[in-house]
Design a protein around this ligand. Sequence first.
Ligand code: NAD
Length: 507
Amino acid sequence: MTTAPTTTSPTTATVAHWVDGRPYPGTSTRSGEVFDPATGEVARRVAHASADDVEAAVASARAAFPAWRAASLARRTQVLFAFRELLAARREELAAILTAEHGKVLSDALGEVARGLEVVEFACGIAHLLKGSTSENVSTGVDVSSVRQPLGPVAIISPFNFPAMVPMWFFPIAIAAGNTVVLKPSEKDPSASLWMAERLAEAGLPAGVFNVVQGEKTAVDALLTHPDIKAVSFVGSTPVARYVYETATSHGKRVQALGGAKNHMVVLPDADLDLAADAAVNAGYGSAGERCMAISALVVVEPVADELVAKIAERTGSLRVGDGRRGCDMGPLITRAHRDRVAGYIDAGREAGAEVVVDGRGVEPDGAAEGFWLGPTLLDRVTPGMSVYTDEIFGPVLSVVRVGSYEEALEIINANPYGNGTAIFTNDGGAARRFGSEVEVGMVGINVPIPVPVGYHSFGGWKNSLFGDTHAYGPDGVHFFTRTKAITTRWLDPSHGGINLGFPQHS
Ligand code: NAD
């Protein structure tokens, strides 16, 4: 591929990298296709970085680190305030890029930008969280203070489903804390990363503090093993998250690797079934089910399953599936291959004994015939042994699992290898409280189907949904992107003279 790389204009032939404060064509001759999922057409290509391209980005981040680390906290946060203003004022531009490459409808894309903005705003106030602590006079005339310092160049590797928000879970905090960044976005929807790089530069971020390398495994592997990369924040599927965690930790880096999910929503018989049906539809089919916090399994405690299934089926009939630029409710899936894989679960479910209540393959989309369409799909009488239950489908397929009691529901969730998000719908405060305490999942909603924590809490799952012990953004994010140093101080006066080789003791 020899087309000249440029940045993000719609007519761009190849999406480039971003190194040292400007677009960087790279040395690799490899590139990949980027689709418009609503038309099925190849809209542009994206460069695939070589190890040399990654080297150039890391060298830029390494060179920028000493000055950025030395920049005052006031200056660092001023850049983020300016970025925040640009992002807020031009959010529709970014949302349009998300819809064009990911396919999610415009209103959903705007929601993605808003949730990223939340973390930028959190990072603007980082000064408060970077304050260390001091203990005075721990021994006579001796003080101890702990300070938080940046790590150096850090890598962020993000998935296709939130091309703006997931990078923003990490880079605002990393940058505010004084680190420099190399972002490797998903090769499926790469343009948002360059738009953000341009806005950061416009906001006054010095060249080299934020770099982007486009590509796939070659670029990821070069980052995971590079001696100058001090930390890796990864979000993606569980097998890759595990690989990233194992590889990068064995190369001496601190790592947070957020993986896949299978999120359950429990409905107790006392719940308001209309509210529960609305929530299941929103959380199951929003963004075509391509959210790591999407509800995938509805665990319904009898005797209300028939009624709830009927209410959900009725609601699916009113959803408009189509091009995200046309005011529809649900857009296409990310690629044809993924659409076909998800559609394959409908027959797999039926063959395993599930009842196909709504089959999304019959959908009539408001969009081009070649788009990657699959309508809302509802499977009933799914059991935990079926592949539709065990696999992360990552599409608009809701599976109803009927159970006899709260205990049975809890047992199913806690036996599941994933533990990202979950929700319970009930009007029984005692049951909800018990669920919050007993369920082995990192993020829990009580009558809230997608409990993504706000920017000043932290986001993360348990079990196979997170490798490492530090969640994303919020206080955990500040912890991840800084290391603590303890400084013990004594200003000598004549009373401290004399030789004493014994271990220091307090006096
Ligand atoms: P993915 O794992 O295929 O890709 C994620 C990133 O890893 C991309 O940048 C990709 O280029 C890179 N990659 C892919 N295969 C690789 C390999 N073999 N070696 C090295 N790097 C590789 O994930 P995806 O399909 O882009 O995103 C969907 C997945 O992400 C789902 O499983 C979803 O649950 C998960 N996700 C999780 C969260 C969370 O917070 N836990 C959030 C969003 C998405």
